[in-house]
Design a protein around this ligand. Structure first.
Ligand code: BEZ
Length: 222
């Protein structure tokens, strides 16, 4: 191995709590610079492996058909794949013609893979030239708050994407945590006490469902 260098490109994988890596990219709606995009809004930034493929078509159609729900959650959609802008335009118009569903959100044409590499969407042991199915939930301060990575052969779940987005927003707004399988309208977790004094208070608190000092739930008026 002397004098022999092992070439291994290291791609970053942004983590929860990181500032979302900035970029400028060509999209189906013109140039987008992430730091200027969707001011004061949440962003659901997602990648798909390739245009004109079946699972991707179902997923993109799912985002398009439920766009109003994202709008209602003050959230912009931003897609990406390692395809040309011409492929994107052809696919968007083909799906509209065949199914009536219109992908009315920007889709990045990441032919040089620069954005995919910044976001860990290119995972070479899964595919060397196609992005995996990633979803980044980016808050209005451009912080990454939740990350999903799915492989090429498994489509994502739109109910879960919307549920997770709503859960992040409810958690921020009401300073609560959300339990297993939480859905809007269900009880939320009251943050557990951090001191003995807070624990004594919690043990006497009324109006909450207390199982013990560390596990209490309450109704939330949304
Ligand atoms: C699909 O979307 O169907 C797909 C894309 C790339 C690899 C495998 C499946």
């Amino acid at each position: 191995m002397e004098n022999q260098e092992i070439q291994q490109e290291v791609y970053s994988m942004p983590r929860i709590g990181d500032q979302a890596p900035d970029f400028t990219a060509t999209t189906t709606k013109g140039q987008v610079t992430l730091s200027d995009f969707a001011k004061d809004k949440w962003i659901v930034f997602f990648s798909h492996p390739a245009d004109f493929t079946p699972v991707c078509t179902t997923e993109m159609s799912g985002f398009a058909q439920r766009k109003k729900e994202f709008d209602d959650l003050n959230t912009e959609l931003l897609g990406l794949s390692i395809d040309s802008i011409h492929a994107h335009l052809g696919w968007v118009s083909n799906v509209k013609e065949k199914t009536g569903v219109y992908f009315d959100f920007p889709i990045i044409a990441d032919l040089d893979m620069s954005v995919s590499k910044k976001y860990g969407m290119l995972q070479p042991n899964e595919a060397e030239t196609a992005a995996v199915r990633a979803v980044f939930f980016i808050d209005p301060k451009k912080k990454i708050r939740l990350v999903m990575y799915y492989p090429l052969n498994v489509g994502r779940n739109m109910d879960e994407i919307l549920r997770a987005l709503k859960a992040l927003q409810v958690s921020d707004q009401h300073k609560v945590a959300l339990p297993l399988d939480w859905k809007p309208g269900e009880q939320v977790i009251v943050p557990p006490p951090k001191t003995l004094e807070e624990m004594d208070k919690r043990n006497k608190e009324t109006g909450i469902d207390r199982i013990d000092f560390y596990l209490s739930k309450k109704d939330l008026k949304l």
